[in-house]
Design a protein. Structure first.
Length: 276
Protein backbone atom coordinates (compact mmCIF):
# COMPACT_ATOMS: atom_id res chain seq x y z
CA UNK A 1 0.00 0.00 0.00
CA UNK A 2 2.89 2.36 0.79
CA UNK A 3 4.28 1.94 -2.74
CA UNK A 4 0.83 2.62 -4.21
CA UNK A 5 0.51 5.87 -2.23
CA UNK A 6 4.02 7.02 -3.21
CA UNK A 7 3.46 6.17 -6.89
CA UNK A 8 0.12 8.00 -6.84
CA UNK A 9 1.65 11.13 -5.31
CA UNK A 10 4.55 11.16 -7.77
CA UNK A 11 2.31 10.55 -10.81
CA UNK A 12 -0.04 13.34 -9.73
CA UNK A 13 2.41 15.98 -8.51
CA UNK A 14 4.47 15.89 -11.71
CA UNK A 15 1.35 17.06 -13.58
CA UNK A 16 0.83 20.18 -11.45
CA UNK A 17 3.09 22.64 -13.38
CA UNK A 18 1.60 21.58 -16.74
CA UNK A 19 -1.96 21.83 -15.41
CA UNK A 20 -1.35 25.30 -13.97
CA UNK A 21 0.10 26.61 -17.23
CA UNK A 22 -2.78 25.08 -19.20
CA UNK A 23 -5.42 26.61 -16.91
CA UNK A 24 -3.62 29.95 -16.90
CA UNK A 25 -3.83 30.09 -20.70
CA UNK A 26 -7.49 29.02 -20.56
CA UNK A 27 -8.29 31.76 -18.02
CA UNK A 28 -6.52 34.38 -20.15
CA UNK A 29 -8.61 33.36 -23.13
CA UNK A 30 -11.83 33.22 -21.15
CA UNK A 31 -11.40 36.63 -19.55
CA UNK A 32 -10.60 38.21 -22.91
CA UNK A 33 -12.98 36.45 -25.30
CA UNK A 34 -15.74 34.74 -23.30
CA UNK A 35 -18.34 37.53 -23.57
CA UNK A 36 -17.52 38.05 -27.24
CA UNK A 37 -17.95 34.32 -27.88
CA UNK A 38 -21.38 34.32 -26.25
CA UNK A 39 -22.50 37.34 -28.30
CA UNK A 40 -21.35 35.63 -31.50
CA UNK A 41 -23.32 32.48 -30.69
CA UNK A 42 -26.36 34.50 -29.61
CA UNK A 43 -26.51 36.28 -32.98
CA UNK A 44 -25.61 33.25 -35.10
CA UNK A 45 -29.18 32.20 -35.94
CA UNK A 46 -29.42 29.03 -38.02
CA UNK A 47 -25.61 28.77 -38.09
CA UNK A 48 -25.52 28.40 -34.31
CA UNK A 49 -24.41 24.73 -34.34
CA UNK A 50 -21.34 25.64 -36.40
CA UNK A 51 -20.20 28.52 -34.20
CA UNK A 52 -21.29 26.74 -31.02
CA UNK A 53 -19.20 23.67 -31.84
CA UNK A 54 -16.15 25.72 -32.82
CA UNK A 55 -16.27 27.84 -29.67
CA UNK A 56 -17.17 24.83 -27.53
CA UNK A 57 -13.94 22.96 -28.23
CA UNK A 58 -11.94 25.94 -26.98
CA UNK A 59 -11.42 25.22 -23.27
CA UNK A 60 -13.39 27.88 -21.41
CA UNK A 61 -14.53 27.14 -17.87
CA UNK A 62 -18.03 28.57 -18.10
CA UNK A 63 -18.94 28.52 -21.80
CA UNK A 64 -21.34 25.57 -21.61
CA UNK A 65 -22.85 27.09 -18.45
CA UNK A 66 -23.43 30.45 -20.14
CA UNK A 67 -24.82 28.66 -23.21
CA UNK A 68 -27.31 26.97 -20.89
CA UNK A 69 -28.41 30.42 -19.72
CA UNK A 70 -28.89 31.50 -23.34
CA UNK A 71 -30.99 28.43 -24.07
CA UNK A 72 -33.16 28.83 -20.97
CA UNK A 73 -33.88 32.41 -22.11
CA UNK A 74 -34.46 31.04 -25.65
CA UNK A 75 -31.73 33.18 -27.20
CA UNK A 76 -30.16 30.12 -28.87
CA UNK A 77 -31.71 26.99 -30.35
CA UNK A 78 -31.73 23.50 -28.87
CA UNK A 79 -29.41 22.37 -31.66
CA UNK A 80 -26.90 25.07 -30.76
CA UNK A 81 -27.04 24.09 -27.09
CA UNK A 82 -26.50 20.40 -27.89
CA UNK A 83 -23.62 21.25 -30.25
CA UNK A 84 -21.90 23.19 -27.46
CA UNK A 85 -22.47 20.41 -24.92
CA UNK A 86 -21.06 17.80 -27.32
CA UNK A 87 -17.98 19.79 -28.29
CA UNK A 88 -17.13 21.11 -24.80
CA UNK A 89 -13.62 19.98 -23.87
CA UNK A 90 -13.90 20.51 -20.10
CA UNK A 91 -10.80 19.15 -18.29
CA UNK A 92 -9.82 16.63 -20.97
CA UNK A 93 -7.49 18.97 -22.85
CA UNK A 94 -5.36 20.17 -19.89
CA UNK A 95 -4.96 16.58 -18.69
CA UNK A 96 -3.89 15.25 -22.09
CA UNK A 97 -1.42 18.13 -22.40
CA UNK A 98 -0.05 17.55 -18.91
CA UNK A 99 0.27 13.82 -19.65
CA UNK A 100 2.23 14.76 -22.80
CA UNK A 101 -0.19 12.92 -25.08
CA UNK A 102 0.56 12.93 -28.79
CA UNK A 103 -0.57 16.09 -30.53
CA UNK A 104 -2.26 14.00 -33.23
CA UNK A 105 -4.45 12.31 -30.58
CA UNK A 106 -5.57 15.66 -29.14
CA UNK A 107 -6.41 17.02 -32.60
CA UNK A 108 -8.29 13.84 -33.53
CA UNK A 109 -10.45 14.02 -30.40
CA UNK A 110 -11.22 17.71 -30.90
CA UNK A 111 -12.09 17.27 -34.59
CA UNK A 112 -14.38 14.33 -33.84
CA UNK A 113 -16.20 16.31 -31.15
CA UNK A 114 -16.40 19.31 -33.50
CA UNK A 115 -17.87 17.29 -36.38
CA UNK A 116 -20.39 15.40 -34.23
CA UNK A 117 -21.43 18.63 -32.49
CA UNK A 118 -22.12 20.40 -35.77
CA UNK A 119 -23.93 17.46 -37.38
CA UNK A 120 -26.08 16.73 -34.35
CA UNK A 121 -26.91 20.41 -33.87
CA UNK A 122 -28.24 20.84 -37.40
CA UNK A 123 -30.26 17.62 -37.25
CA UNK A 124 -31.80 18.56 -33.91
CA UNK A 125 -32.74 22.05 -35.13
CA UNK A 126 -34.49 20.44 -38.09
CA UNK A 127 -36.51 18.21 -35.78
CA UNK A 128 -37.26 20.49 -32.80
CA UNK A 129 -38.56 24.04 -32.90
CA UNK A 130 -38.65 26.17 -29.74
CA UNK A 131 -40.56 29.41 -29.26
CA UNK A 132 -38.64 32.42 -27.96
CA UNK A 133 -39.34 33.87 -24.55
CA UNK A 134 -37.49 36.41 -22.47
CA UNK A 135 -36.14 35.51 -19.06
CA UNK A 136 -33.11 36.76 -17.17
CA UNK A 137 -30.71 34.66 -15.12
CA UNK A 138 -27.20 35.76 -14.19
CA UNK A 139 -25.06 32.63 -14.29
CA UNK A 140 -21.92 34.46 -13.26
CA UNK A 141 -23.47 35.81 -10.07
CA UNK A 142 -25.54 32.76 -9.10
CA UNK A 143 -23.64 29.72 -10.31
CA UNK A 144 -20.27 30.25 -11.90
CA UNK A 145 -17.08 30.08 -9.98
CA UNK A 146 -14.26 32.56 -10.46
CA UNK A 147 -15.61 35.31 -12.70
CA UNK A 148 -14.39 38.20 -10.51
CA UNK A 149 -11.13 36.70 -9.23
CA UNK A 150 -7.69 37.36 -10.62
CA UNK A 151 -6.53 35.07 -13.40
CA UNK A 152 -3.71 33.60 -11.29
CA UNK A 153 -5.94 32.87 -8.28
CA UNK A 154 -8.59 31.33 -10.50
CA UNK A 155 -5.97 29.18 -12.30
CA UNK A 156 -4.56 28.00 -8.97
CA UNK A 157 -8.05 27.04 -7.76
CA UNK A 158 -8.77 25.12 -10.96
CA UNK A 159 -5.41 23.37 -10.72
CA UNK A 160 -5.90 22.38 -7.08
CA UNK A 161 -9.44 21.14 -7.72
CA UNK A 162 -8.33 18.98 -10.64
CA UNK A 163 -5.25 17.73 -8.80
CA UNK A 164 -7.53 16.43 -6.02
CA UNK A 165 -9.64 14.56 -8.59
CA UNK A 166 -6.57 13.19 -10.36
CA UNK A 167 -5.01 12.15 -7.04
CA UNK A 168 -8.15 10.29 -6.03
CA UNK A 169 -8.65 8.64 -9.43
CA UNK A 170 -4.98 7.66 -9.74
CA UNK A 171 -5.10 6.16 -6.25
CA UNK A 172 -8.20 4.10 -7.08
CA UNK A 173 -6.76 3.03 -10.43
CA UNK A 174 -3.43 2.03 -8.88
CA UNK A 175 -5.24 -0.07 -6.28
CA UNK A 176 -7.35 -1.70 -9.00
CA UNK A 177 -4.34 -2.37 -11.21
CA UNK A 178 -2.36 -3.73 -8.28
CA UNK A 179 -5.04 -6.02 -6.78
CA UNK A 180 -7.37 -6.72 -9.70
CA UNK A 181 -5.07 -6.36 -12.68
CA UNK A 182 -5.58 -4.20 -15.77
CA UNK A 183 -7.28 -6.98 -17.73
CA UNK A 184 -9.94 -7.49 -15.06
CA UNK A 185 -10.57 -3.74 -14.72
CA UNK A 186 -10.96 -3.47 -18.49
CA UNK A 187 -13.52 -6.29 -18.40
CA UNK A 188 -15.51 -4.47 -15.71
CA UNK A 189 -15.57 -1.35 -17.87
CA UNK A 190 -16.40 -3.48 -20.96
CA UNK A 191 -13.34 -2.21 -22.81
CA UNK A 192 -13.58 -4.69 -25.68
CA UNK A 193 -17.36 -4.95 -25.55
CA UNK A 194 -20.08 -3.46 -27.71
CA UNK A 195 -21.57 -2.05 -24.49
CA UNK A 196 -18.51 -0.03 -23.41
CA UNK A 197 -19.90 3.27 -24.78
CA UNK A 198 -23.09 2.75 -22.75
CA UNK A 199 -21.11 2.91 -19.50
CA UNK A 200 -18.78 5.73 -20.59
CA UNK A 201 -21.71 7.86 -21.75
CA UNK A 202 -23.28 7.49 -18.30
CA UNK A 203 -20.02 8.53 -16.63
CA UNK A 204 -19.85 11.56 -18.92
CA UNK A 205 -23.30 12.72 -17.80
CA UNK A 206 -22.08 13.18 -14.22
CA UNK A 207 -22.33 16.99 -13.78
CA UNK A 208 -18.81 17.48 -12.55
CA UNK A 209 -15.36 18.01 -14.07
CA UNK A 210 -14.35 14.75 -12.37
CA UNK A 211 -16.15 12.80 -15.11
CA UNK A 212 -13.83 13.97 -17.89
CA UNK A 213 -10.83 13.55 -15.58
CA UNK A 214 -11.84 9.96 -14.87
CA UNK A 215 -12.49 9.09 -18.52
CA UNK A 216 -9.22 10.63 -19.71
CA UNK A 217 -7.19 8.86 -17.01
CA UNK A 218 -8.93 5.55 -17.78
CA UNK A 219 -8.03 5.91 -21.45
CA UNK A 220 -4.44 6.89 -20.72
CA UNK A 221 -4.16 3.80 -18.51
CA UNK A 222 -5.64 1.64 -21.29
CA UNK A 223 -8.71 0.68 -19.25
CA UNK A 224 -11.21 1.88 -21.88
CA UNK A 225 -11.00 2.07 -25.66
CA UNK A 226 -11.09 5.14 -27.90
CA UNK A 227 -14.78 4.80 -28.76
CA UNK A 228 -15.74 4.70 -25.09
CA UNK A 229 -13.55 7.74 -24.40
CA UNK A 230 -15.31 9.73 -27.13
CA UNK A 231 -18.73 8.59 -25.85
CA UNK A 232 -18.02 9.92 -22.38
CA UNK A 233 -16.39 13.14 -23.57
CA UNK A 234 -19.37 13.87 -25.83
CA UNK A 235 -21.93 13.54 -23.04
CA UNK A 236 -19.76 15.45 -20.57
CA UNK A 237 -20.43 19.19 -20.37
CA UNK A 238 -19.05 20.05 -16.94
CA UNK A 239 -21.70 21.38 -14.56
CA UNK A 240 -23.92 22.62 -17.41
CA UNK A 241 -26.48 19.81 -16.98
CA UNK A 242 -26.81 20.64 -13.29
CA UNK A 243 -27.42 24.30 -14.18
CA UNK A 244 -29.98 23.26 -16.79
CA UNK A 245 -31.89 21.17 -14.25
CA UNK A 246 -31.87 24.06 -11.80
CA UNK A 247 -32.82 26.91 -14.14
CA UNK A 248 -35.13 25.25 -16.67
CA UNK A 249 -38.41 24.42 -14.95
CA UNK A 250 -39.56 22.08 -17.75
CA UNK A 251 -38.27 18.76 -16.41
CA UNK A 252 -39.57 16.79 -19.40
CA UNK A 253 -37.52 19.00 -21.69
CA UNK A 254 -34.48 18.56 -19.44
CA UNK A 255 -34.85 14.79 -19.59
CA UNK A 256 -35.19 15.01 -23.37
CA UNK A 257 -31.91 16.97 -23.60
CA UNK A 258 -30.09 14.49 -21.35
CA UNK A 259 -31.54 11.60 -23.36
CA UNK A 260 -30.41 13.17 -26.65
CA UNK A 261 -26.88 13.63 -25.29
CA UNK A 262 -26.74 10.05 -24.04
CA UNK A 263 -28.04 8.61 -27.32
CA UNK A 264 -25.57 10.62 -29.40
CA UNK A 265 -22.71 9.62 -27.09
CA UNK A 266 -23.51 5.90 -27.26
CA UNK A 267 -24.10 5.80 -31.03
CA UNK A 268 -20.97 7.86 -31.75
CA UNK A 269 -18.80 5.58 -29.60
CA UNK A 270 -20.11 2.44 -31.28
CA UNK A 271 -19.64 3.87 -34.79
CA UNK A 272 -16.12 5.09 -33.99
CA UNK A 273 -15.13 1.65 -32.71
CA UNK A 274 -16.42 0.08 -35.92
CA UNK A 275 -14.58 2.58 -38.13
CA UNK A 276 -11.28 3.19 -36.31
Amino acid sequence: MKDIIIDTLIDTLKLVPFLFIAFLLIELFEHKFSKKSIKVVESSGKYGPILGSILGIIPQCGFSVMATNLYVTRLITLGTLISIYLSTSDEMLPILISEKAEFSLIIKILLIKLFIGMLAGFIIDKIFKVKKEKKNYDICEEEHCHCKESIIISSLKHTLNIVVFILLINFILNICFNYLGQDYLSKILLKDSFFGPFISSLIGLIPNCGASVMLTELYINNAINFGSLISGLLTGSGIAIMILLKTNKNMLENLKIVGILYLIGVLSGIIIELII
